[in-house]
Design a protein around this ligand. Structure first.
Ligand SMILES: C[S@@+](CC[C@H](N)C(=O)[O-])C[C@H]1O[C@@H](n2cnc3c(N)ncnc32)[C@H](O)[C@@H]1O
Length: 625
């Protein structure tokens, strides 16, 4: 096979992990029956100061299938994402994404393009109430999957199963579903990224342990309590739950600066800053000048301060000062010390100016119903946009105001936000509303399984046959409403992609399965129903380019050429690629260019095109699929 071919598979994470370990611990690489393997006993020893003996009891979360869940996360996928222009809004210009399909496969496909690029992830997974559906990952090609492939069964409904408490694998099934998804999600978070996970008491304990393991216990920011309702349910045996949780973990607590995880100032908070002395730096409030430790513990914070009224030396008493002497002198210089009206205080206080509080207010761990709304508000938000339906399909869509609060805590104005259990699209609506309010350019990426709605429902009969149709329609309607009401200059569009099997014929992946003489049967390695748009999406993912980049279509020497993010990538999947075309394209100096393997006029043209590009535009990297 040509070595400049794109491999069109998600990266082999197992192999990459192996390489990383091998680089760090080359002495732990040994030979096994199938080639190179890691000697784990040796690796264990490398990581321990004491002599490692056999299996020991450990403090960790275990469940049947955990190892399989790790394998599941690392297994590459050959699936692809196909653009659906007709369902999209402003496809060519928007930077928002709506992806239909199982989020496990989708997360795998996004690994390269969005590695470390997502600032905030919000998820509202099935809570495992015994009534909701949990997706069962199944990678063996059994009889059932063959029925699906032949169109006799609906893939998603077959693989979505209820998980009743009586099943004996109640928590196990949920953990097996969540583990690989969270593991893959973590890779997408940026250095300063945060993940919020809605959950209730059914799985809160397991979700905490799972996240402790995946994100690191020290990266737990908080477990928010969301007061979802005021009223007590009187028919409950025991206690009526009026709250849920929103777990919040960050990618790396060391990277959390003042500027993130802060809320904008409320009117009341701003009112606490006053300017009684007409300070030119504007309103301020005064805070203590003492630190938490005693002067004996912090000798460098134990020095005399001079009282401006009488020149007396003031030494800290029980607690040392909060600042070193150099900073104290700076504070005096900047007129930052406040001694009360007419210098009546015996000790100074420090002025904190509103203008300098860029980080905003510190959020509280309680998300009160009064502040962010409850479940009934979530239902109302959805129904307001779909007045003609009951929308009973969604038990508890999240209130837009709760989503907005989390966005304010977790994002800056230009960040990318991902929700891979997006349901009715509450988070997408919240992003549009918040952007319209604060002039932000946050981008929403939503992933949702095309889980069928009830075929007897009014929604289904009107064409909202699955949850994706509802999610997309909600964003369209919310966008129209926000535009009408605010006329804000924001990105109202979204690009739709749908998960599907690879664009390439199976032979492309398994040449060993075919006899050499059969190969010409597969002259064109692209499946006949796939379009140039499909190929472009696959190439972008494979080359690690974000799917949200701007795409232009131009005509070059009579052929259709896609230009992605100006000259980042050119793609032409037309036939008859020859030397003249190469000369024309070389003038544009693309950084990358891709053609269809069968798209060249002939074998000589293929070689010449490569040579011409090398000569005329040496920085262009050429690939074929
Ligand atoms: C609790 S709902 C999310 C509700 C959403 N936050 C809202 O406000 O509307 C969870 C959603 O996850 C979807 N889901 C379950 N398994 C999935 C999977 N494997 N991939 C993608 N979506 C999935 C379900 O269809 C369901 O709509």
């Amino acid at each position: 096979m040509n070595n400049d071919k794109l491999d069109l598979q998600s990266p082999d994470i197992v192999r990459e992990n192996f390489e990383k370990l091998a680089t760090l611990f080359p002495n732990c690489v040994t030979e096994g029956a199938d080639g190179e393997v890691i000697d784990f006993d040796l690796l264990k020893q490398e990581l321990s100061h004491a002599v490692v003996e056999g299996n020991k009891e450990r403090y960790r979360l275990e469940w049947p299938g955990k190892r399989e869940a790790i394998v599941t996360a690392n297994l590459p996928t050959t699936k692809t994402l196909r653009p659906v222009r007709e369902d999209s809004v402003d496809f060519d210009n928007t930077e928002n994404l709506y992806i239909e399909g199982d989020n496990l496969e989708v997360l795998k496909l996004l690994q390269e393009s969005y590695l470390g690029k997502i600032k905030m992830i919000y998820i509202d997974p099935p809570y495992n109430t015994g009534k909701d559906f949990v997706y069962r990952d199944n990678f063996s090609k059994d009889a059932q999957e063959e029925l699906i492939e032949s169109g006799q069964k609906d893939e998603y409904n077959q693989r979505l199963v209820t998980n009743p408490e009586t099943a004996g694998r109640y928590h196990t099934n949920w953990l097996n579903m969540m583990y690989p998804r969270l593991k893959l999600a973590r890779n997408l978070l940026s250095d300063k990224g945060v993940i919020f996970i809605s959950i209730d008491s059914n799985e809160n304990h397991n979700a905490r342990r799972l996240c402790d393991e995946i994100f690191g216990e020290f990266n737990l920011v908080t477990e928010f309590i969301w007061e979802k309702k005021y009223t007590t349910s009187n028919n409950i045996v025991g206690v009526s739950d009026v709250h849920e949780y929103v777990l919040c973990y960050c990618r790396d607590l060391n990277n959390l600066s003042d500027a993130i995880l802060r809320l904008p100032y409320t009117k009341e908070a701003k009112a606490r800053y006053k300017n009684p002395d007409n300070d030119p730096k504007g309103p301020w409030m005064d805070v203590s000048y003492h630190g938490p430790k005693s002067p004996a513990e912090r000798p460098n914070l134990n020095y005399p301060i001079i009282h401006p009224k009488n020149g007396e030396e003031i030494w800290p008493s029980e607690k040392s000062w909060a600042y070193e002497k150099a900073n104290y002198l700076k504070h005096v210089d900047e007129n930052r010390l406040y001694w009360g009206k007419n210098f009546s205080y015996s000790e100074p206080r420090l002025k904190k100016y509103l203008s300098e509080m860029k980080g905003g207010m510190v959020p509280k761990s309680l998300l009160s119903n009064k502040d962010v709304g409850g479940t009934s508000n979530g239902r109302d938000d959805l129904r307001k946009l779909f007045k003609e339906y009951s929308m009973a399909i969604f038990d508890n869509p999240k209130p837009v105001s709760l989503m907005k609060k989390l966005l304010q805590i977790g994002t800056d104005k230009e960040d990318i936000v991902l929700d891979f259990f997006s349901g009715s699209g509450s988070l997408g609506q919240a992003i549009l509303e918040l952007n319209a309010e604060d002039g932000g350019k946050r981008k929403h990426y939503q992933v949702q399984l095309n889980e069928l709605t009830d075929s007897n429902s009014k929604e289904y009969k009107a064409g909202l046959i699955n949850i994706c149709e509802i999610g997309k329609e909600r964003i369209r309607r919310a966008a129209r409403k926000i535009k009408e009401e605010t006329n804000a200059d924001i990105d109202y569009g979204f690009r739709v992609y749908r998960l599907d099997s690879s664009n390439m014929q199976d032979v492309f992946y398994k040449p060993q399965d075919y006899d050499q003489t059969n190969l010409d049967l597969f002259g064109d390695n692209v499946k006949p129903d796939r379009t140039a748009d499909d190929l472009l999406a696959q190439v972008m993912l494979d080359w690690g380019l974000p799917l949200s980049l701007k795409i232009d279509q131009v005509d070059v020497s009579g052929k259709k050429v896609f230009k992605v993010a100006k000259n980042s990538l050119y793609a032409c999947f037309d036939s008859g690629i020859d030397e003249d075309f190469a000369k024309a394209i070389a003038k544009e100096k693309p950084l990358r260019i891709v053609f269809k393997d069968s798209g060249f006029k002939n074998d000589t043209a293929k070689t010449n095109v490569k040579q011409l590009l090398k000569q005329l535009s040496p920085e262009t990297e050429m690939k074929v699929i």
